[in-house]
Design a protein around this ligand. Structure first.
Ligand code: CUA
Length: 334
């Protein structure tokens, strides 16, 4: 090959590398990492991206050079020279991609194993997914229950998942780790938050009418603030169940509008009108509300569909919690 050709191909390659590199660097493709696991995942992305940019620049520069230099002159209808393979070229374009793909595989496997390692003394959070809300339980904090996920900074946290109905998927984009939540299968992941702040948690598996509303803010706080939050949450533990607290922790607000709770969900009936609905069904408000919580398919309010509200609140809530919820809802708007 002439030296001029090599110089031109190299020049093209450098220009293409810079242009594609700018596209990779200047566009924020991924959120800022907020966990150790996400940092490692980002490293794998960069490793693969740099290899891709190199191969892309090589292929495109040779291609563009060839298209320009070896194009046929107008009216030239002669055949090109016949070529019978090139053994050394073929060895090169087999071995190089094989090495690169194996390298990406090895790096991914190492990160996968590091990301699955909870290390010593991890904190456990049990996650319950149910159409259409998330609930959390902290076994290390006297089984503290919450409908908000709060995580202490720099702690290895193991999440154990359980689904009450269909397949959901747990994803905090800034923290990378993502896990399907499948009924009947125990799944878990590890997350180590590295930044304090609020991050969205989203369900990424189409799970029914309210799938798009199945999101919840996640709070990452210092260990001291986390301990304080736990104390505050446990403060009310000894007293009788509080209807407003049950309404919030059971996820009712995600689907129902109810003025005293400041909620405006539209998946299920507006509970400000629950007394009128009870009258329509010919029942006393308390009895109607209790029945609708425990056996939601029995009476379906006008315009709403069957099987949308989970049927197992009778099991997942205690009798005290259900009574508190009934009292709270029956008291209505005033
Ligand atoms: Cu739960 Cu989508």
């Amino acid at each position: 090959m002439r030296r001029g050709a090599i110089v031109r191909i190299l020049g093209l390659g450098i220009v293409i590398t810079i242009l594609v590199g700018l596209v990779a660097v200047l566009i924020p493709w991924l959120p800022d990492p907020a966990s150790k696991q996400m940092e490692r995942i980002e490293d794998v992305y960069w490793f693969a991206t740099i290899i891709c940019i190199g191969i892309f620049a090589l292929v495109m520069s040779v291609l563009i050079y060839s298209v320009i230099t070896f194009r046929a002159a107008p009216e030239d209808e002669s055949d090109g020279p016949s070529i019978h393979g090139n053994t050394s070229l073929e060895i090169i374009w087999t071995v190089v991609p094989a090495v690169l793909v194996i390298a990406i595989g090895v790096v991914s496997a190492v990160v996968l194993s590091q990301n699955g390692d909870a290390g010593k003394n991890p904190m456990t959070v049990r996650v319950f997914a149910q159409q259409f809300s998330w609930r959390f339980e902290y076994p290390g904090e006297k089984n503290l229950k919450s409908n908000k996920l709060v995580m202490p900074l720099d702690r290895n946290i193991t999440f154990d998942f359980e689904s009450a109905d269909v397949i959901h998927s747990f994803w905090i984009p800034a923290m990378g780790q993502k896990q399907d939540v499948v009924p009947g299968i125990d799944t878990s992941i590890v997350i180590t938050p590295t930044r304090t702040g609020r991050f969205p948690l989203v369900c990424t598996e189409l799970c029914g009418l309210g799938h798009a509303t199945m999101r919840s803010p996640v709070n990452v706080v210092s260990q001291a603030d986390f301990d304080k939050w736990v104390k505050e949450q446990q403060g009310g533990g000894g007293k009788d169940a509080d209807g407003a607290a049950v309404f919030s922790s059971a996820g009712c607000a995600d689907c129902h509008a109810f003025t005293p709770a400041n909620s405006n969900g539209e998946i299920g009936p507006n509970l400000d009108n629950v007394a009128a609905d009870a009258e329509k069904a010919g029942e006393a408000p308390e009895a109607y509300i209790k029945e609708s919580i425990v056996d939601p398919n029995k009476v379906i309010a006008n315009g709403y569909a069957k099987d949308v509200m989970p049927g197992d609140f009778g099991k997942s809530l205690s009798a005290k919690e259900i009574d508190a919820l009934v009292t709270y809802l029956a008291a209505g708007k005033q």
